[in-house]
Design a protein around this ligand. Sequence first.
Ligand SMILES: CC(C)(COP(=O)(O)OP(=O)(O)OC[C@H]1O[C@@H](n2cnc3c(N)ncnc32)[C@H](O)[C@@H]1OP(=O)(O)O)[C@@H](O)C(=O)NCCC(=O)NCCS
Length: 159
Amino acid sequence: MFQSVPIIRPITQDDLPKLLWSDQEKELSEFHQQLFEEAKLGKIFFMVADIDGNIAGRIRITPYTVDGNPWISGLQVKEDMRNKGIGTKLMEKAEAVLKLLGSTSVCLTVNIKNTDALRLYKKLGYTILSLGTQTWTYPKQGKQISVSEDVYFMMKKLE
Ligand SMILES: CC(C)(COP(=O)(O)OP(=O)(O)OC[C@H]1O[C@@H](n2cnc3c(N)ncnc32)[C@H](O)[C@@H]1OP(=O)(O)O)[C@@H](O)C(=O)NCCC(=O)NCCS
């Protein structure tokens, strides 16, 4: 049980090794570095939940997209830190950033089998727009690994 309140802040280079808390995160280490570079260029926001210097979670915000819809993606909380409100805080911060930028809505996707995340998003006011397949890629040792998932597309109006 942690006592300190998590601070949601932009990721730094020093944080990147602290994200490797599981085999899945280690698999994505080059992707994290790529996203960090995109964040430095201002293309995305890449935020972390910092609890006394320990990184407990991450989230990404893409304010400007080709289709005009801002997106939230990459929400992840370290397994032993879940169910303490950190995921909610990361989402609230992402929405606050988008509101400051003038966004009036935000979209995200969630794997249809991911009941924990789906429950969180519904609780935060997201509604399902449609069901579809999403393909995303990440770099690993000079190759692009492709992942396809059945997802719900969700949306929330930002007031
Ligand atoms: C989905 C995920 C990000 C949620 O993160 P989290 O930090 O556990 O989220 P929260 O703590 O804000 O909310 C989770 C639950 O804890 C509860 N909770 C929040 N604060 C709490 C507290 N202080 N004490 C007890 N319970 C608390 C919430 O009410 C919620 O309850 P519910 O599941 O019964 O609705 C996390 O499970 C995760 O990383 N999963 C794997 C990656 C993933 O699926 N990412 C989403 C991709 S779309």
